[in-house]
Design a protein around this ligand. Structure first.
Ligand code: GLP
Length: 241
């Protein structure tokens, strides 16, 4: 595992952005695994700016997102579909049918999980997966206790996760209770992983990730079993390291 230390959120985003663009230059038909949340927003801003200034193209790029809330239609401003369109896809030359996000409004959610898992296989797997980390160590929405063998599945969100994400909603009650997420095993099959960690609220999680044991009680710890992981963290997140 490689750890890149940066000063702040802006520098973390810049380093991560350069890292991704480098990969795109050497493989313009990359399959990118994408994440939502506050952490990757700055990276997406970098990718948009780079696309505008340097004409990096996404015409052959395919993307698969990690997760989606259950019960929110794609047009809901809190859905991850909406987040991705607003913060990335609408600003790139990526074709809409190359972007994939689990459908949290599907009528048959079990079937949707199977479809998504099959889709990832058909795409040949994820070349580069971008990840954030939850305060409780979750990756995607794989909450503590999720088996490391899990595939795309339906989860009941932890109270801690709902509280952390309630900042985007009008109230905690509005935060969905369930989500669809790529499983831990699905994530671990990515050829390469880029984990981004920013801010003091993640310092404890980053400390546990680096120093703790590999355990299903701390989902991100499974990344230590992967051969090709880069962590880019900022100074606040590295407080205890
Ligand atoms: C969210 C998402 C994760 C994300 C994590 C951290 O709930 N499901 O994919 O990495 O929690 O979010 P943030 O970057 O906003 O701290």
């Amino acid at each position: 595992m490689k750890l890149i230390r940066t000063e702040n959120y802006a520098e973390m985003s810049l380093e991560a952005g350069k890292f991704i663009v480098d990969k795109l230059r050497s493989n313009p038909s990359l399959t990118l695994g994408l994440a939502t949340g506050s952490t990757p927003k700055g990276v997406y801003e970098y990718l948009i700016q780079d696309h505008e200034e340097n004409e990096t193209t996404y015409k052959q790029v395919k993307s698969v997102n990690l997760d989606e809330y259950i019960g929110l239609p794609a047009e809901d401003p809190n859905s991850y579909h909406y987040f991705m369109s607003q913060n990335l896809f609408n600003h790139l030359d990526i074709s809409e049918n190359h972007t994939h996000i689990p459908n949290g409004a599907a009528s048959d959610l079990e079937q949707e999980c199977l479809r998504y898992e099959k889709l990832i296989k058909e795409l040949g797997g994820v070349d580069l997966q971008i990840l954030g980390i939850g305060q409780n160590g979750h990756i995607g929405f794989n909450e503590p206790g999720t088996p490391f063998t899990s595939r795309t599945h339906i989860v009941t969100l932890d109270q801690n996760t709902r509280e952390a994400n309630s900042r985007f909603f009008n109230s905690l009650d509005e935060v969905p209770t369930h989500a669809i997420t790529m499983g831990t095993a699905s994530i671990l099959e990515s050829k390469e992983i880029l984990l981004l960690v920013s801010g003091e609220s993640k310092a404890e999680a980053l400390f546990k990730f680096i120093n703790g044991e590999i355990s299903e009680e701390f989902p991100a710890s499974v990344l230590k079993n992967h051969q090709n992981v880069t962590v880019i963290a900022d100074r606040d997140a590295l407080k205890y390291i």
